[in-house]
Design a binder for this molecule. Structure first.
Ligand code: XBP
Ligand code: MG
Length: 234
């Protein structure tokens, strides 16, 4: 098997974005005059539902309420995306350790780099502009994001789409994730997965992951690379 591509999740993997998402949701709810406010505790369980619109629908169901309607949720989500984009543009976030270096090293080694994320494409664009000073399609060869697929993680659809756009076999790529839903999604698409747990996912069960490392710093990547043949032979 030849390694030809690295496929990255965005939220929690490239950057600790979820507090910015939570703030954008809460500011949007306040602006709309709603009594919704998501605490860190609320958001920890709400994150198990991937996708912003899906998450709002999950909260509506939790409240046993009929409002807001799906159309209102779609409009709230558009407003939330604008707020999140402005937050990211104000340089509220940084990339996690080793991310920029790993992507640069992959490019230098002529590996393809891709994104497979639940978040919407404008959020990927905003993070790339703020973190790399470049458009997302200059940083990544392939981007599969948000509503491009019908079923979000843990369904394999978004990783399947990234693999298809890369024109490779899933055995030729490795996925990088921070959540259990992401691991299930990548593995269902036939990918091996390296997990870097994030602030909101640290307590999740990663026993199914191929590797778990604290972050993507060079020492951790070197250890994964060095030890993988041994692990496989065992
Ligand atoms: C993280 C998510 C996203 C964001 C919100 O998924 O679940 O839904 O919290 O993004 P991943 P949107 O780590 O796979 O990117 O509001 O744009 O849906
Ligand atoms: Mg994630």
């Amino acid at each position: 098997m030849t390694l030809r591509a690295l496929i990255f999740d965005v939220d929690g993997t490239l950057s600790e974005t979820e507090e910015a998402h939570r703030r954008a949701f809460n500011e949007t709810f306040a602006e709309a005059g709603m009594d919704w406010h998501w605490s860190v505790e609320d958001y920890t369980w709400l994150l198990k539902t991937t996708g912003g619109k899906e998450r709002m629908r999950a909260f509506r169901a939790h409240n046993g309420a009929a409002a807001p309607s799906d159309d209102e949720i779609a409009a709230l989500h558009t407003a939330k995306t604008a707020r999140y984009g402005a937050l990211v543009a104000s340089r509220a976030l940084t990339l996690r350790p080793g991310v920029a270096e790993l992507i640069a090293a992959a490019r230098a080694a002529e590996l393809k780099v891709a994104v497979a994320t639940t978040t919407n494409r404008p959020n990927v664009d905003a993070l790339c502009r703020a973190s790399w000073g470049k458009e997302a399609d200059e940083v990544f060869d392939v981007i599969a994001a948000g509503d491009e697929v019908k079923a979000k993680k843990p369904a394999p659809d978004v990783f399947n789409l990234a693999v298809k756009r890369l024109g490779i076999d899933p055995s030729e790529a490795v996925a990088f994730e921070d959540s259990r839903n992401g691991v299930l999604s990548a593995q269902a698409a036939g990918l091996r997965v390296i997990v870097t747990p994030s602030r909101y996912t640290a307590a999740e069960d990663f026993s199914l992951a191929d590797w778990v490392v604290e972050d993507l710093s060079a020492a951790n990547i070197a250890a994964v690379t060095l030890l993988s043949p041994l692990i496989r032979a065992a």
